[in-house]
Write a protein that binds this ligand. Structure first.
Ligand SMILES: Nc1nc2c(ncn2[C@@H]2O[C@H](COP(=O)(O)OP(=O)(O)OP(=O)(O)O)[C@@H](O)[C@H]2O)c(=O)[nH]1
Ligand SMILES: [Mg+2]
Length: 197
């Protein structure tokens, strides 16, 4: 008889500037790239297949609008890991990850809260690669800047993804789940290696 999995639920909160791509990222993950583009996601619970085991993810979106701080504080309560998003076509959104979102989640959830850094709309980087005019206008984020920020704040991982084309979307949630499991010695072995069998 197969052993029962230990019950584990991981609460992941996706933060970042307004319009940087948080809601589409969550929708693309939950609806596997199908369905409509919803403007609002809010929260949802899904079973996530990690290969040899399944983990329950509680996924939470926020509004990137400045004046929603009290609502964000409610969402941050009991968060296990964060996905800190920026838009690869807007350097200002990476600056805000550095000066607004990372300080905010650390002040509310502690310095050691695990997080990953995610560049949304990576398709814009590809599409505009050979178009210098657009590249300037869009103020693309450089990978070096992201590497520096990730190293300075101790990001578990960083990715670029395209929710529009479903690229690297699963990897974002897999990495944020592992970032949390890394802090949970009691669960890590089971969920990453399937040791109980
Ligand atoms: N090209 C491209 N556009 C995207 C991508 N992801 C999101 N967008 C577009 O960017 C706009 C904003 O996306 P949202 O997901 O609503 O952004 P948000 O971060 O949830 O914004 P707020 O809820 O206002 O904080 C929408 O028009 C999306 O269609 C992507 O991967 N590629
Ligand atoms: Mg949104």
């Amino acid at each position: 008889m197969a052993a029962r999995s230990p019950f584990a639920r991981c609460k992941i909160v996706v933060v970042g500037d307004q319009f940087c791509g948080k809601t589409l990222l969550l929708n693309s993950f939950v609806n596997k790239g199908k369905g409509h583009e919803f403007a609002i996601f809010e929260s949802c619970v899904v079973d996530f297949d990690l290969g040899s085991s399944t983990i329950t993810l509680s996924l939470h979106d926020i509004s990137g609008q400045e004046d929603y701080e009290s609502m964000r504080n409610l969402t941050y309560a009991d968060a296990d890991a964060f996905v800190v998003c920026y838009d690869v076509s807007k350097r200002e959104t990476l600056k805000n990850a550095e000066f607004k979102w990372l300080p905010e989640i650390r002040s509310k959830c502690g310095e050691d809260i695990p997080f990953i850094l995610v560049g949304c709309k990576a398709d814009l980087r590809q599409i505009l690669h050979n178009n210098d005019l657009h590249k300037k206008a869009l103020d693309l984020v450089s990978i070096k800047e992201v590497e520096r920020l990730a190293a300075r704040f101790g990001a578990y991982a960083f990715f670029e993804c395209s929710a529009k084309y479903g690229r690297n979307v699963r990897q974002v949630f897999e990495a944020s789940t592992k970032a949390w499991l890394d802090t949970r010695e009691d669960l890590y072995a089971y969920f990453t290696e399937g040791l109980y069998c």
